[in-house]
Design a protein around this ligand. Structure first.
Ligand code: BDP
Length: 607
């Protein structure tokens, strides 16, 4: 689904704001048709926002099941004769959307946009009642998976095999938009270059076409100059003297698609793109044919009070901290991020490892989070139902983000069980699917510390090896000498087995900001700094290491447990974005990189 936009033929109305809000404690809202009348409630909730930290009652914070949002919406008067559409940028994790009494769309999966054409149910100039029911339940079939049990207090209790808190609600923007009867439905752009000549292969899908349309394409550069033009629903456009999209210099072109019929413009849509290539060559990761080393973080969409809501100001602040450290990339751990985040990365030349929400497909974590290890790939655990939702997660992510130059790798799962029988049968079709959907980008999955080279059975299915390792934290706690040896030994074993580029997608130590130690004891700022320095020494000795993403950019909220004190404290910044000592270690190591990127940017601007 294309991201809605204003254009000469389309109008866009943002529906963010305050909504009437009701928690469905009894799970009776659908049967009682809460959508059919004004929501009986005094509560209000802001959109976008996670509701969990907004109310004072534990019954709301840890509610498992449905909550309801409602608001009156007026359709602009001028929209007569246009298609009228709704779009939710996400509903975590399941949404039912009603226009007056009618269910117009249901969607499962908490981090993807969805919507509906509501033309037949509304009238231009008049209002309708928009009701959205959102369910945060995670089951063995959902992505990510979880389990619901009866709690001793009579309420349901949600558990899951990932540590970040299950923030819930409408985390991203809602939109009302008009489209013409004949419209651009999808566009796919693949770029390449040879010397100074750039090429743009495009394929369009139209909806409501009569066959008499003429499609015109124009490529505009960043200064609005026309640099290429063509016609037809698929083809190749040539850009002479192309400016490449590069890490640190996110040069964007725009593809303007115009559909004409009988001399009249019926639809107009603009898609941004960058000209660049990504590839794996032996143990190197190449962007535009040049070796690239990832520096940056695994992150979370997580902020005080608003939880997982997208907020543009907080996003810009986070990106400025990233730039300050010299980071050139990040991973959307452990779910797809808001489209505004991806747009920013495209514009500013950040390289993204784009991850699905498939986190916690690993019952070995039962031993860590309580409950004891049970088989992962089994009926009622990770099974055909999980696989179906996992397929959908991959399809939707690639469809949403396929034209983004920032996306360099698709990560189809975080720390799944890769050693148990069943792992290969589960992952082989998913890897094939990702390749079919996007033959242009390397794919990978993120490997957990239990799945050492002697145990893991799925790595050859992927182009890059992404490792999360905690030597010196969960293993050899406090003993960085032993950790250094163990880390190097494992990386060398991987290098021998795999031969492909390796990225450390997580390495980090929990650190209480303000806690200091002469002897560099775990939880102190000194230990976190020494821990990172140790990893960097090892990375610099192992040739196939092409990336380092520290876990985590900032402290983040988690579910309760004996392993966490008010959340995960592996942040290099605190949850309110103050630097720990480790931030300066990274800035020192990566700023060399930042300076060279800056030089490159200045050169490319001069050229
Ligand atoms: C890894 C997970 C990550 C956790 C991290 C940790 O990928 O989500 O937050 O460990 O324990 O297993 O801090």
């Amino acid at each position: 689904m294309l991201k809605p936009q204003n254009s000469p033929t389309r109008e866009l109305v943002n529906l963010d704001g305050l909504y009437a809000f009701r928690v469905d404690h009894e799970g009776s809202g659908h049967a009682e048709k809460w959508f059919a009348e004004r929501l009986s409630t005094e509560l209000e909730m802001g959109v976008p926002g996670s509701y969990n930290d907004v109310f004072t009652e534990p019954e709301i914070r840890d509610h498992v099941g449905w909550v309801w949002y409602q608001r009156e919406i007026r359709i602009p008067r001028g929209w007569n004769g246009q298609r009228v559409n709704l779009r939710l940028d996400s509903a975590t994790h399941e949404g039912n959307v009603y226009v007056n009494d009618t269910l117009v769309v249901s969607h499962v999966g908490g981090y993807m946009p969805f919507g509906a054409d509501i033309t037949d149910l509304v009238t231009a100039g008049e209002t309708f009642r928009l009701t959205i029911a959102v369910n945060n339940t995670l089951t063995q079939a959902t992505i990510p998976p979880g389990k619901v049990e009866a709690g001793a207090n009579g309420r349901d209790k949600q558990t899951y095999l990932h540590d970040f808190y299950n923030y819930s609600g409408l985390h991203r923007s809602l939109w009302l938009y008009s489209t013409p009867e004949t419209t651009l439905d999808d566009v796919t752009i693949v770029t390449d270059f040879a010397g100074t000549a750039g090429t743009v292969d495009y394929t369009l899908e139209l909806a409501g076409a009569t066959g008499t349309e003429e499609v015109r394409l124009t490529v505009l550069d960043a200064d609005d100059n026309e640099v290429a033009a063509g016609t037809g629903t698929s083809g190749r456009l040539d850009i002479p003297n192309v400016t490449l999209w590069k890490p640190g210099a996110g040069y964007l072109y725009r593809l303007l698609v115009e559909i004409h019929r009988a001399g009249e413009l019926v639809d107009s849509y603009t898609e941004n793109f960058g000209v660049r290539t990504v590839a794996v060559d032996g143990n190197r990761f190449l962007i535009n044919g040049e070796p690239f080393k990832f520096t940056g973080f695994g992150m979370h969409e997580d902020h005080i009070t608003i939880g997982k809501a997208h907020n543009n100001t907080l996003m810009v602040a986070d990106f400025n901290l990233l730039a300050w450290t010299g980071a050139n990339s990040f991973r959307t751990s452990h779910y797809p991020y808001a489209e505004e985040v991806m747009d920013y990365a495209d514009r500013h030349g950040l390289v993204v490892i784009n991850e699905t929400a498939a986190v916690g497909l690993n019952n070995m974590f039962g031993a860590v989070f309580g409950g004891g290890p049970t088989p992962t790939y089994a009926e009622g655990a990770v099974d055909a139902a999980t696989a179906a939702n996992h397929r959908q997660a991959i399809e939707e992510l690639i469809r949403r983000d396929k034209n983004r130059p920032s996306v360099a790798i698709w990560s189809i799962a975080n720390e799944p069980n890769a050693q148990e029988e069943g792992a290969r049968a589960y992952f082989e079709p998913l890897a094939t699917l990702a390749r079919e959907l996007d033959p242009t980008r390397p794919i990978g999955y993120v490997n957990v510390m239990f799945d050492t080279p002697d145990k893991s059975t799925i790595d050859d299915l992927f182009d890059v090896l992404m490792l999360n390792r905690y030597y010196g934290w969960y293993l050899q706690t406090g003993d960085l000498e032993a950790a250094e040896q163990a880390l190097e030994a494992e990386l060398r074993a991987w290098e021998a087995k795999h031969g492909k580029p390796m990225i450390m997608t997580e390495y980090g130590a929990d650190t209480m900001a303000g806690n200091h130690s002469m002897v560099s004891a775990p939880w102190s700022e000194e230990y976190q700094a020494d821990f990172l320095r140790m990893y960097h020494r090892v990375f610099d000795r192992v040739e196939s290491m092409v990336g380092e993403h520290v876990w985590n950019f900032a402290d983040f909220q988690t579910s309760v447990g004996i392993m966490r004190v008010d959340g995960n404290k592996k942040g290099v910044f605190t949850r309110d974005r103050k630097p720990k000592a480790a931030a300066f270690v990274l800035r020192e190591r990566w700023s060399q990189n930042a300076e060279s990127l800056e030089r490159e940017l200045v050169q490319s601007l001069r050229a």
